[in-house]
Design a protein around this ligand. Structure first.
Ligand code: SF4
Length: 262
């Protein structure tokens, strides 16, 4: 979920002055951070003691994200809170692009729980069969639509606890819906946010929940509305899993990753 970096954003990519780089490296060397584990997997706060971020650094990082992309948008296509909920449920272990390809036609004829029930599980399955785990997901879409009608008057609930009772919806789904549909300052942690939180040492954690709570703790409220998207975009397009693009990263001077390539 989120928009791609634009050419305008590329223009403002920040080049770190050589002086700062030298300083960062020498500090890292002094504290033993320069020691490189053999694999990226080993690079967590668990194996290397990394310096925590201070409040000014966190503010600076998010001010840069905001400047680069003031209004980040999710990449999952949807028409209303209900279709957003369905899209997020379908996006588990699938790409946003793949989900969008399937849901464009589906949402054109079923954008409410009742219309989805009228369509029926078999037809839903046909629409989404290009998405992984489509049989289970079709079953969940029908079941969550039934539950929305039976228990919530056909309306998507606005609390995490209620959202989490819906079939196929976990904490991450609830956080995405609360943030994107209802403007809550929640932090949904997907694979990208989890990686960025740990690598940068902004909010290290062994589980998505630990990272979520850590990010909520350190990110100033003024940035929380969009922080989820900024971090997803950062992980998706810059801090890539296998080969992070540290040379064009706008927070490369702040990042604590010992293996950053700058
Ligand atoms: S410097 Fe590299 S590792 Fe650190 S956040 Fe940027 S891209 Fe990721």
């Amino acid at each position: 979920m989120g928009s791609q970096y634009t050419p305008t954003m590329a223009k403002i990519i920040r080049k770190l002055p050589a002086k700062s780089r030298t300083k960062t490296s020498s500090l890292a060397a002094k504290s033993g951070q320069a020691k490189k584990p053999k694999t990226s997997k080993a690079l967590t706060a668990k194996t290397v003691k990394l310096k925590p971020w201070n409040a000014a650094e966190v503010h600076e990082a998010f001010a840069r994200f905001r400047k680069a992309n003031p209004e980040p948008k999710g990449e999952l296509e949807h028409l209303n809170p209900y279709t957003l909920l369905v899209a997020v449920v379908l996006s588990a272990q699938a790409t946003d692009a793949g989900v969008n390809k399937a849901t464009r036609a589906l949402f054109a004829i079923a954008d409410t729980p009742q219309k989805m029930l009228d369509l029926g599980e078999e037809e839903v399955r046909n629409y989404i069969k290009t998405i992984g785990l489509y049989r289970t997901k079709a079953r969940n879409v029908i079941a969550l639509s039934e539950k929305l009608i039976a228990e919530f008057g056909g309306v998507v609930p606005r609390t995490r606890a209620e959202l989490e009772t819906l079939p196929g919806a976990g904490r991450k789904t609830a956080n995405v819906v609360l943030n994107m549909a209802f403007g809550e300052h929640t932090m949904a942690v997907d694979t990208h946010v989890f990686r960025v939180g740990n690598r940068t040492n902004l909010a290290p954690g062994k589980t998505p929940l630990e990272v979520e709570l850590g990010l909520e703790r350190v990110i100033p409220d003024e940035f929380m509305m969009h922080a989820h998207h900024w971090l997803i975009l950062h992980g998706r397009y810059t801090c890539l899993a296998r080969k992070p693009r540290c040379e064009v990263c706008i927070i490369n001077d702040l990042c604590r990753w010992p293996e950053k390539t700058i």
